[in-house]
Ligand binder design. Structure first.
Ligand SMILES: Nc1nc2c(c(=O)[nH]1)N[C@H]1C(S)=C(S)[C@@H](COP(=O)(O)O)O[C@H]1N2
Ligand SMILES: [Mo]
Length: 318
Protein backbone atom coordinates (compact mmCIF):
# COMPACT_ATOMS: atom_id res chain seq x y z
CA UNK A 1 0.00 0.00 0.00
CA UNK A 2 1.44 3.29 -1.06
CA UNK A 3 0.85 6.06 1.42
CA UNK A 4 1.71 9.50 0.27
CA UNK A 5 2.91 12.04 2.79
CA UNK A 6 2.35 15.17 0.80
CA UNK A 7 3.96 17.54 3.24
CA UNK A 8 7.41 16.10 2.70
CA UNK A 9 7.03 16.13 -1.09
CA UNK A 10 5.66 19.61 -1.42
CA UNK A 11 7.68 22.10 -3.33
CA UNK A 12 8.67 25.01 -1.14
CA UNK A 13 6.27 27.92 -1.57
CA UNK A 14 9.10 30.02 -2.93
CA UNK A 15 9.51 27.60 -5.83
CA UNK A 16 6.00 27.81 -7.15
CA UNK A 17 4.35 30.94 -5.79
CA UNK A 18 4.71 34.17 -7.61
CA UNK A 19 7.58 35.95 -5.91
CA UNK A 20 5.48 39.02 -5.14
CA UNK A 21 2.84 37.08 -3.24
CA UNK A 22 5.34 35.02 -1.35
CA UNK A 23 7.36 38.03 -0.22
CA UNK A 24 4.26 39.94 0.80
CA UNK A 25 3.15 36.99 2.85
CA UNK A 26 6.50 36.68 4.62
CA UNK A 27 6.34 40.35 5.53
CA UNK A 28 2.88 39.98 6.98
CA UNK A 29 3.84 36.93 8.97
CA UNK A 30 6.95 38.62 10.29
CA UNK A 31 4.96 41.66 11.27
CA UNK A 32 2.52 39.70 13.38
CA UNK A 33 5.09 37.35 14.84
CA UNK A 34 3.07 34.52 13.33
CA UNK A 35 6.09 32.64 12.08
CA UNK A 36 7.38 32.05 15.57
CA UNK A 37 3.89 31.28 16.84
CA UNK A 38 3.17 28.77 14.09
CA UNK A 39 6.22 26.68 14.78
CA UNK A 40 5.54 26.44 18.50
CA UNK A 41 1.86 26.30 19.26
CA UNK A 42 -1.05 26.18 16.87
CA UNK A 43 -3.39 29.11 17.26
CA UNK A 44 -6.00 26.83 18.81
CA UNK A 45 -3.77 26.37 21.83
CA UNK A 46 -3.14 22.73 20.98
CA UNK A 47 0.46 21.62 20.42
CA UNK A 48 1.50 22.25 16.84
CA UNK A 49 1.86 18.55 16.13
CA UNK A 50 -1.44 17.47 17.66
CA UNK A 51 -2.75 15.89 14.52
CA UNK A 52 0.37 13.83 14.00
CA UNK A 53 0.61 12.95 17.65
CA UNK A 54 -2.90 11.49 17.69
CA UNK A 55 -2.32 9.48 14.58
CA UNK A 56 -5.04 9.01 12.02
CA UNK A 57 -6.13 6.51 9.43
CA UNK A 58 -4.65 7.32 6.05
CA UNK A 59 -6.55 6.47 2.94
CA UNK A 60 -4.86 5.04 -0.08
CA UNK A 61 -4.41 7.64 -2.75
CA UNK A 62 -7.14 7.43 -5.35
CA UNK A 63 -5.87 6.74 -8.87
CA UNK A 64 -6.14 9.80 -11.11
CA UNK A 65 -6.33 12.13 -8.13
CA UNK A 66 -3.19 14.16 -8.04
CA UNK A 67 -2.93 16.10 -4.80
CA UNK A 68 -2.70 19.83 -5.37
CA UNK A 69 0.49 21.24 -3.84
CA UNK A 70 -0.50 22.95 -0.60
CA UNK A 71 0.74 26.42 -1.44
CA UNK A 72 -2.02 26.67 -4.04
CA UNK A 73 -4.80 25.59 -1.74
CA UNK A 74 -3.62 27.78 1.13
CA UNK A 75 -2.91 30.92 -0.86
CA UNK A 76 -5.82 30.97 -3.31
CA UNK A 77 -8.99 30.91 -1.25
CA UNK A 78 -12.57 32.00 -1.00
CA UNK A 79 -13.36 33.24 2.50
CA UNK A 80 -15.32 36.43 1.94
CA UNK A 81 -15.22 37.36 5.63
CA UNK A 82 -11.63 38.44 4.92
CA UNK A 83 -12.14 40.00 1.49
CA UNK A 84 -13.03 38.96 -2.03
CA UNK A 85 -9.57 38.76 -3.59
CA UNK A 86 -8.13 35.26 -3.73
CA UNK A 87 -5.15 36.25 -1.59
CA UNK A 88 -7.14 38.21 1.02
CA UNK A 89 -7.81 35.14 3.21
CA UNK A 90 -4.13 34.20 3.23
CA UNK A 91 -3.24 37.77 4.21
CA UNK A 92 -5.91 38.52 6.76
CA UNK A 93 -7.42 35.33 8.17
CA UNK A 94 -4.76 35.14 10.86
CA UNK A 95 -6.44 38.18 12.43
CA UNK A 96 -9.22 35.82 13.54
CA UNK A 97 -8.87 34.39 17.05
CA UNK A 98 -9.68 30.69 17.11
CA UNK A 99 -8.73 29.88 20.66
CA UNK A 100 -10.82 28.93 22.50
CA UNK A 101 -13.30 27.49 19.99
CA UNK A 102 -16.66 25.95 20.69
CA UNK A 103 -19.56 24.83 18.57
CA UNK A 104 -23.19 24.94 19.66
CA UNK A 105 -25.58 22.16 18.60
CA UNK A 106 -29.24 23.09 18.92
CA UNK A 107 -32.70 22.83 17.38
CA UNK A 108 -34.40 19.48 16.87
CA UNK A 109 -32.06 17.32 18.96
CA UNK A 110 -32.75 15.39 22.16
CA UNK A 111 -29.56 16.65 23.79
CA UNK A 112 -28.69 20.20 22.77
CA UNK A 113 -25.25 21.34 23.90
CA UNK A 114 -21.89 22.79 23.11
CA UNK A 115 -18.56 21.17 22.40
CA UNK A 116 -15.05 22.52 22.38
CA UNK A 117 -12.54 21.54 19.75
CA UNK A 118 -10.63 19.52 22.33
CA UNK A 119 -13.81 17.63 23.36
CA UNK A 120 -14.55 16.58 19.85
CA UNK A 121 -11.03 15.50 19.08
CA UNK A 122 -10.92 13.34 22.18
CA UNK A 123 -14.03 11.50 21.06
CA UNK A 124 -13.49 10.67 17.37
CA UNK A 125 -11.01 8.87 15.16
CA UNK A 126 -9.45 11.12 12.60
CA UNK A 127 -9.13 9.98 9.00
CA UNK A 128 -7.41 11.34 5.95
CA UNK A 129 -9.83 11.87 3.05
CA UNK A 130 -8.42 12.83 -0.34
CA UNK A 131 -11.21 14.71 -2.10
CA UNK A 132 -11.76 16.75 -5.20
CA UNK A 133 -12.90 20.31 -4.51
CA UNK A 134 -14.83 21.99 -7.33
CA UNK A 135 -15.57 25.67 -6.93
CA UNK A 136 -18.61 27.06 -8.71
CA UNK A 137 -16.15 29.52 -10.34
CA UNK A 138 -14.84 26.60 -12.45
CA UNK A 139 -11.51 25.91 -10.76
CA UNK A 140 -10.70 22.72 -8.89
CA UNK A 141 -8.17 21.15 -6.54
CA UNK A 142 -7.51 17.85 -4.80
CA UNK A 143 -7.04 18.19 -1.05
CA UNK A 144 -6.08 15.59 1.56
CA UNK A 145 -8.33 16.57 4.46
CA UNK A 146 -8.05 15.28 8.01
CA UNK A 147 -11.41 14.90 9.69
CA UNK A 148 -14.33 12.59 10.42
CA UNK A 149 -17.90 12.03 9.22
CA UNK A 150 -20.44 14.73 10.14
CA UNK A 151 -22.74 11.95 11.33
CA UNK A 152 -20.40 11.15 14.21
CA UNK A 153 -21.13 14.52 15.80
CA UNK A 154 -24.81 14.71 14.92
CA UNK A 155 -25.51 11.30 16.45
CA UNK A 156 -24.11 12.38 19.81
CA UNK A 157 -26.82 15.04 20.06
CA UNK A 158 -29.60 12.64 18.97
CA UNK A 159 -31.54 14.32 16.13
CA UNK A 160 -35.32 14.03 16.58
CA UNK A 161 -37.50 12.32 13.99
CA UNK A 162 -38.83 15.72 12.91
CA UNK A 163 -35.33 16.94 11.96
CA UNK A 164 -34.95 17.01 8.17
CA UNK A 165 -32.23 19.63 7.58
CA UNK A 166 -28.99 20.85 9.17
CA UNK A 167 -27.99 24.49 9.20
CA UNK A 168 -24.37 25.57 9.76
CA UNK A 169 -23.20 29.04 10.78
CA UNK A 170 -19.72 30.56 10.46
CA UNK A 171 -18.10 32.51 13.26
CA UNK A 172 -18.57 36.28 13.01
CA UNK A 173 -16.35 38.85 14.67
CA UNK A 174 -16.39 42.06 12.65
CA UNK A 175 -13.31 43.40 14.44
CA UNK A 176 -11.26 40.45 13.26
CA UNK A 177 -12.87 39.84 9.85
CA UNK A 178 -12.23 42.86 7.71
CA UNK A 179 -14.38 41.67 4.80
CA UNK A 180 -17.47 41.85 7.00
CA UNK A 181 -16.98 45.58 7.53
CA UNK A 182 -17.28 46.45 3.85
CA UNK A 183 -20.37 48.35 2.74
CA UNK A 184 -20.05 46.81 -0.70
CA UNK A 185 -20.15 43.18 0.30
CA UNK A 186 -22.22 41.06 -2.05
CA UNK A 187 -23.25 38.70 0.73
CA UNK A 188 -24.52 38.98 4.31
CA UNK A 189 -22.70 37.69 7.37
CA UNK A 190 -22.57 35.43 9.24
CA UNK A 191 -22.15 32.99 6.36
CA UNK A 192 -24.74 30.23 6.62
CA UNK A 193 -25.12 26.92 4.81
CA UNK A 194 -27.30 23.85 4.99
CA UNK A 195 -27.73 20.24 3.99
CA UNK A 196 -30.60 17.83 4.04
CA UNK A 197 -30.09 15.55 7.05
CA UNK A 198 -29.55 12.46 4.89
CA UNK A 199 -26.88 14.33 2.92
CA UNK A 200 -25.15 15.36 6.13
CA UNK A 201 -25.31 11.78 7.37
CA UNK A 202 -23.66 10.43 4.21
CA UNK A 203 -20.22 8.99 4.94
CA UNK A 204 -18.53 11.29 2.40
CA UNK A 205 -19.65 14.45 4.25
CA UNK A 206 -16.98 15.32 6.79
CA UNK A 207 -15.96 17.92 9.29
CA UNK A 208 -12.31 18.75 8.64
CA UNK A 209 -9.87 19.85 11.32
CA UNK A 210 -6.75 19.49 9.20
CA UNK A 211 -5.29 19.20 5.73
CA UNK A 212 -2.02 17.78 4.36
CA UNK A 213 -1.53 15.98 7.67
CA UNK A 214 -1.41 19.26 9.55
CA UNK A 215 -3.78 21.66 11.28
CA UNK A 216 -6.11 23.72 9.13
CA UNK A 217 -4.85 27.21 8.47
CA UNK A 218 -7.29 30.01 9.23
CA UNK A 219 -7.75 30.79 5.54
CA UNK A 220 -9.03 27.24 5.02
CA UNK A 221 -11.63 27.49 7.77
CA UNK A 222 -9.77 26.64 10.97
CA UNK A 223 -10.38 25.11 13.30
CA UNK A 224 -13.52 23.28 12.19
CA UNK A 225 -15.20 23.27 8.76
CA UNK A 226 -17.51 21.25 6.58
CA UNK A 227 -16.36 19.41 3.44
CA UNK A 228 -19.03 18.06 1.05
CA UNK A 229 -17.04 16.90 -1.98
CA UNK A 230 -19.92 16.29 -4.40
CA UNK A 231 -21.27 19.85 -4.09
CA UNK A 232 -19.87 23.17 -5.27
CA UNK A 233 -17.26 24.50 -2.85
CA UNK A 234 -19.44 27.23 -1.34
CA UNK A 235 -21.47 24.55 0.46
CA UNK A 236 -18.30 23.57 2.40
CA UNK A 237 -18.70 26.25 5.03
CA UNK A 238 -15.68 27.35 7.07
CA UNK A 239 -14.97 28.10 10.75
CA UNK A 240 -18.28 26.73 12.02
CA UNK A 241 -19.65 27.83 15.42
CA UNK A 242 -23.25 26.65 15.21
CA UNK A 243 -25.07 23.53 14.01
CA UNK A 244 -28.89 23.53 14.07
CA UNK A 245 -31.23 20.67 13.25
CA UNK A 246 -34.40 21.92 11.56
CA UNK A 247 -37.62 20.74 10.05
CA UNK A 248 -37.58 23.18 7.15
CA UNK A 249 -34.91 23.92 4.58
CA UNK A 250 -32.67 26.66 6.00
CA UNK A 251 -31.71 29.79 4.07
CA UNK A 252 -28.16 29.73 2.70
CA UNK A 253 -25.82 32.65 2.03
CA UNK A 254 -25.31 32.46 -1.75
CA UNK A 255 -28.88 31.45 -2.37
CA UNK A 256 -30.07 34.56 -0.49
CA UNK A 257 -27.69 36.76 -2.42
CA UNK A 258 -28.38 35.38 -5.94
CA UNK A 259 -31.14 32.76 -5.93
CA UNK A 260 -31.16 32.28 -9.72
CA UNK A 261 -27.45 31.42 -9.65
CA UNK A 262 -26.98 29.31 -6.52
CA UNK A 263 -29.54 26.73 -5.43
CA UNK A 264 -29.85 25.01 -2.08
CA UNK A 265 -28.62 21.67 -3.43
CA UNK A 266 -25.85 22.93 -5.72
CA UNK A 267 -24.58 19.49 -6.61
CA UNK A 268 -21.72 19.59 -9.10
CA UNK A 269 -23.27 19.05 -12.52
CA UNK A 270 -21.33 19.60 -15.77
CA UNK A 271 -24.59 19.58 -17.73
CA UNK A 272 -26.11 22.58 -15.97
CA UNK A 273 -24.31 25.81 -16.73
CA UNK A 274 -24.09 28.72 -14.35
CA UNK A 275 -26.19 31.56 -15.85
CA UNK A 276 -22.96 33.40 -16.60
CA UNK A 277 -20.49 30.61 -17.54
CA UNK A 278 -20.16 26.94 -18.46
CA UNK A 279 -19.71 24.27 -15.79
CA UNK A 280 -18.61 21.61 -18.28
CA UNK A 281 -14.92 21.91 -17.47
CA UNK A 282 -12.62 23.23 -14.77
CA UNK A 283 -9.18 24.79 -14.43
CA UNK A 284 -6.91 22.65 -12.26
CA UNK A 285 -5.17 24.69 -9.56
CA UNK A 286 -1.43 24.18 -9.47
CA UNK A 287 -1.12 22.91 -13.02
CA UNK A 288 1.12 25.76 -14.01
CA UNK A 289 1.04 28.95 -15.95
CA UNK A 290 -0.91 27.38 -18.79
CA UNK A 291 -3.43 25.89 -16.42
CA UNK A 292 -4.76 22.53 -17.44
CA UNK A 293 -8.48 22.25 -18.09
CA UNK A 294 -10.28 19.01 -17.50
CA UNK A 295 -13.88 17.92 -17.89
CA UNK A 296 -16.01 18.29 -14.77
CA UNK A 297 -17.52 15.03 -13.54
CA UNK A 298 -21.15 14.47 -12.57
CA UNK A 299 -21.46 14.95 -8.80
CA UNK A 300 -17.75 15.80 -8.93
CA UNK A 301 -16.85 12.15 -9.49
CA UNK A 302 -18.85 10.84 -6.51
CA UNK A 303 -21.99 9.81 -8.41
CA UNK A 304 -21.58 6.11 -7.56
CA UNK A 305 -21.69 6.93 -3.87
CA UNK A 306 -24.24 9.73 -3.66
CA UNK A 307 -26.59 9.58 -6.67
CA UNK A 308 -29.06 7.50 -4.65
CA UNK A 309 -29.65 10.52 -2.37
CA UNK A 310 -31.31 12.26 -5.31
CA UNK A 311 -33.44 9.54 -6.84
CA UNK A 312 -36.62 11.01 -8.27
CA UNK A 313 -35.33 14.56 -7.95
CA UNK A 314 -34.84 16.87 -10.88
CA UNK A 315 -31.10 17.60 -10.60
CA UNK A 316 -31.26 20.32 -13.21
CA UNK A 317 -33.75 22.36 -11.27
CA UNK A 318 -32.02 21.68 -7.99
N1 LIG B 1 -17.57 31.05 5.87
C1 LIG B 1 -17.23 30.86 4.58
N2 LIG B 1 -17.10 29.61 4.12
C2 LIG B 1 -16.76 29.40 2.81
C3 LIG B 1 -16.58 30.48 1.92
C4 LIG B 1 -16.72 31.82 2.45
O1 LIG B 1 -16.57 32.83 1.76
N3 LIG B 1 -17.04 31.95 3.78
N4 LIG B 1 -16.26 30.25 0.60
C5 LIG B 1 -16.65 28.94 0.04
C6 LIG B 1 -16.13 28.67 -1.29
S1 LIG B 1 -16.83 29.54 -2.55
C7 LIG B 1 -15.21 27.70 -1.54
S2 LIG B 1 -14.75 27.30 -3.14
C8 LIG B 1 -14.52 26.99 -0.43
C9 LIG B 1 -13.03 27.15 -0.59
O2 LIG B 1 -12.33 26.41 0.39
P1 LIG B 1 -10.75 26.52 0.46
O3 LIG B 1 -10.40 27.98 0.45
O4 LIG B 1 -10.34 25.84 1.71
O5 LIG B 1 -10.21 25.84 -0.77
O6 LIG B 1 -14.90 27.48 0.85
C10 LIG B 1 -16.29 27.79 0.98
N5 LIG B 1 -16.58 28.12 2.37
MO1 LIG C 1 -16.36 28.34 -4.43
Amino acid sequence: MLIRVPRKNDPRPSEITPERIYRARREILKGTGAIAALSAVHASGLPSDWIESRGYAKHEPVPDLEITPSPYTTQYNNFYEFGTDKDDPMRYADEMTIDPWSVEVSGLVAKPGKFSLEDVLAGVDLEERIYRLRCVEAWSAVIPWVGFPVKKILDKYEPLGSAKYVKFTTHLNRDEMRGTRSFFSSIDFPYIEGLRLDEANHDLAIFAVGMYGDELLNQNGAPFRLVVPWKYGFKSIKSIVKIELMERQPPTTWNLSAPQEYGFYSNVNPEVDHPRWSQASERVLGSGLFARNQPTLMLNGYADQVASLYEGMNLRRN
